[in-house]
Each structure stands twice: as structure tokens, then as C-alpha cells.
Design a binder for this molecule. Structure first.
Ligand code: BEZ
Length: 260
């Protein structure tokens, strides 16, 4: 969700502007069909959407007859989710407060914003009933490497530690499967695949929507010029011959079950 935005409580990576998000990042929920199919929500199930953002996918889960609760660290996104008529609550993904009440926990494009994986998985485990399932998609190893490379180059050349503000965690399947097993899950499937992601414009909107933490290290006066330089350098890497921009996403999609 991204978006999906349940972040570290002590240092929020990002403030979310729901209008900006809807303009620049609607693709996040639009591309959530595969993970939603993997969840296969059934009527009457109680499901938690972790990092629900503005609730666009949560509504889909509800429309299949499930009783769904959405949580997100962003009060602004939760306001939007409530506007859709959802049971949506402001809650940090590192400290979920639910106890054995869900048949499934679902998450799309949110877990990479939550750096303390063990804390997140402990909360998901607690929230599930025995044998309850955890189905999610997130950025995986190699996600947005071209974007990160150019941002690093531009910020470093200006004398700032480029990736210092990197707020994301993009694990490999092996790494995440180990986390899941250590937290008491049986991994029933895990996939790692490229998913070039068509952007609604150039990379500028994506930078504005997701990269607050990077630009925060720059003095105000340098932010616009650095942004323009990043766009210029990324154009040959991400824009096709028709001028359509594609972000170099790698996805990690998995399903797991609470072992007991
Ligand atoms: C992602 O969904 O992979 C993602 C979104 C925003 C920033 C970085 C990664």
C-alpha cells in the first residue's frame, strides 16, 4: 500500500498526502490483483489488511464478503480508507495489538516500509488464529536498483551521503523465508520476480510520493535541482522509445501459515 505506509514509529519515513498518492501511485493497488488472488478471501472470513493505505484493496477484500480491518501508520491515509466505509485504524505495523482473531493477514506493498521484520512478524503471528494464513507482496531484493543508484550518485556528488535516508527493506526470498520460519510460520509459497511498473508520468511523481526521506537530507534550495538531475539521469534507464516510464520493480510474493 502503499501507499501502504506502516513505518518505524520512532522515525516515520514518509508523510503521506492522499491526493498526491492517488495521482502518482494508484498503480500500487491496481497491480494488487495477483496477491489478492493468492489470498483468495472467502465470505465470512475475518481478515487484517496490514498497511492498507487509502483502502483501495481493502475494499476489494470486503467486496468478496470478508469482514476486514485495515491498519496503517498514516492518519491521512486512514481518513481516506474510512471515507470508503472501511473499519480502518491508525496502527504501526511494528506493534500490532490484535490477539488470535484473524483467519488471514494480507499486505500489499507495505512490508518494505517496516524495517523491524521480527517485530512485524511477531505481531502478525499473534493476530492470526492457529493455522491462519499470511499472504503478502512487497519489494524484494534488487527492487528499484536503477533508481537507487542514480539517487545515490546525485546526492553523493552534492556532498551528501546518498543512501543514508534509505527507508526500505528489500529482502531476498531466502532471507524472508528464514524470518517467517523463525516467527512460527510454515512457508507455503514464495516467489521473487521482476515487475517493470508503468508510471503515470515521468519519475518525478514517484520521487515526490515515495522519496521524502532522501530529499530531507538536502537543504530546501537544493531539492528541486537535485530532483531535476535525477529525472534527467534516469530517463535513458527507465523511459522507453515512446516516452513511457517504467520503474524497475522486483516483487517478493509469498503465502505462509501460522504453524500452531
Ligand atoms: C515498492 O512498492 O516496491 C516501492 C514503493 C515505493 C518505494 C519503494 C518501493
Amino acid at each position: 500500500m502503499e501507499s501502504r505506509s506502516t513505518g518505524n514509529p520512532s522515525a516515520p519515513a514518509q508523510d503521506w498526502d492522499p491526493d498526491q498518492y492517488a495521482t502518482n501511485a494508484r498503480f500500487v493497488s491496481d497491480l494488487g490483483g495477483a496477491v489478492l488472488d493468492l489470498l483468495a478471501p472467502r465470505a465470512g472470513e475475518r481478515i487484517l489488511d496490514l498497511g492498507c493505505g487509502d483502502g483501495a484493496l481493502t475494499v476489494e477484500i470486503k467486496s468478496r464478503g470478508a469482514d476486514v480491518v485495515g491498519v496503517d501508520a498514516s492518519p491521512d491515509q486512514i481518513r481516506e480508507a474510512k471515507r470508503r466505509g472501511l473499519d480502518a485504524r491508525v496502527m504501526d505495523g511494528h506493534s500490532l495489538t490484535f490477539e488470535g482473531e484473524f483467519d488471514a493477514v494480507f499486505s500489499n506493498a507495505a512490508l518494505h516500509w517496516m524495517p523491524e521484520t521480527a517485530a512485524v512478524l511477531a505481531g502478525v503471528h499473534r493476530a492470526l488464529r492457529p493455522r491462519g494464513r499470511f499472504v503478502a507482496e512487497m519489494g524484494g531484493a534488487g527492487n528499484v536498483v536503477k533508481i537507487l543508484g542514480v539517487m545515490d550518485e546525485v546526492l553523493s556528488a552534492r556532498g551528501y551521503p546518498g543512501l543514508q535516508g534509505h527507508p526500505w527493506h528489500f529482502p531476498s526470498p531466502k532471507e524472508y523465508a528464514e524470518y517467517l520460519r523463525a516467527a512460527g510460520f510454515e512457508v507455503t509459497g514464495i516467489e521473487h520476480m521482476p515487475r517493470p511498473t508503468r508510471l503515470p508520468g515521468d519519475i518525478g511523481g514517484w520521487l515526490d510520493t515515495f522519496c521524502e526521506a532522501f530529499f530531507r537530507v538536502l537543504p530546501e534550495a537544493e531539492r528541486r535541482p537535485a530532483r531535476s538531475e535525477i529525472i534527467l539521469k534516469l530517463e535513458p534507464l527507465l523511459a522507453d522509445k515512446d516516452g513511457v516510464w517504467w520503474a524497475d520493480y522486483m516483487r517478493l510474493r509469498f503465502s505462509a501459515r501460522r504453524t500452531a
